[in-house]
Design a protein around this ligand. Structure first.
Ligand code: SAH
Length: 214
């Protein structure tokens, strides 16, 4: 797609900056990633709007505002080891990998994991580890993490994720309570846990132990 750089600038202005997100590191990361590469060709132009689009297997790529918001609250830097639960298209993974040191991303649907890996390899990302499996209880093998992001909706805040977070770490995740989804930010300091709701959300459900039945 020839004119995608202009579409990215428009998207940044319309859906990110005008909605109050001014984090320049996050905006630069978004500017550097061709979002249309993560969707079917027929959705290329639409990928630069705020619509959540289908990526197959009844899953969706998150809207750009939500992706920017969730990334900005993580306050990422180049020393951070990040766990992402719900690779999906791999677009959010690309933003994380641009801002952090290492990203471990877990996806339960094999075809989606493989597809996202091909796209991210083609874009030359070298700091991403792809895991196929149930991430609803995190991923102990590489723990602890500086940051954890969940991009499918949980039914509770899993204790295992808090256990896998380093002291001083941050988790961002959508949780459904009474049929309403909210994005929670959780901070761990000296083993004290602070929870805050930052927005409502509309994610696909996480399937698994701290999520929903398949
Ligand atoms: N951030 C992604 C959004 C993916 S949608 C993007 O922008 O493309 C959520 C993804 O979570 C789906 O691909 C779904 O298959 C995956 N998922 C659901 N339950 C999961 C689980 N228990 N472990 C890992 N991935 C899961």
């Amino acid at each position: 797609m020839a004119n995608y750089k202009n579409l990215i600038e428009k998207m940044i202005n319309l859906y990110i900056i005008s909605n109050g997100i001014h984090d320049s590191a996050v905006i630069d990361a978004i500017r550097s990633i061709p979002r249309h590469s993560f969707v079917e060709e027929s959705f290329s132009e639409l990928s630069y709007t705020d619509a959540p689009l289908p990526i197959g297997h009844k899953q969706t790529i998150s809207g750009i505002y939500t992706a920017a918001l969730m990334t900005s609250v993580l306050e990422l830097n180049k020393n951070h080891k990040v766990l992402e639960i719900g690779t999906g298209s791999g677009y959010q993974t690309a933003i994380l990998a641009n801002l952090a040191s290492e990203v471990y991303t877990i996806e339960r649907i094999r075809e989606l994991s493989l597809k996202s890996r091909t796209i991210l390899d083609n874009l030359d990302f070298k700091n991403i580890t792809f895991i196929i499996g149930d991430g609803s209880i995190g991923f102990k093998e590489y723990a602890p993490y500086d940051r954890i992001i969940v991009t499918a909706c949980l039914s509770e805040i899993p204790k295992s994720l808090i256990d896998q977070l380093k002291d001083g770490g941050i988790i961002v995740m959508p949780v459904e309570i009474d049929y309403k989804q909210n994005i929670f930010v959780i901070k761990k300091n000296n083993d004290k846990i602070e929870k805050k709701i930052i927005a409502s959300a509309n994610f696909v459900k996480l399937i698994g132990k701290s999520g929903f039945a398949a």
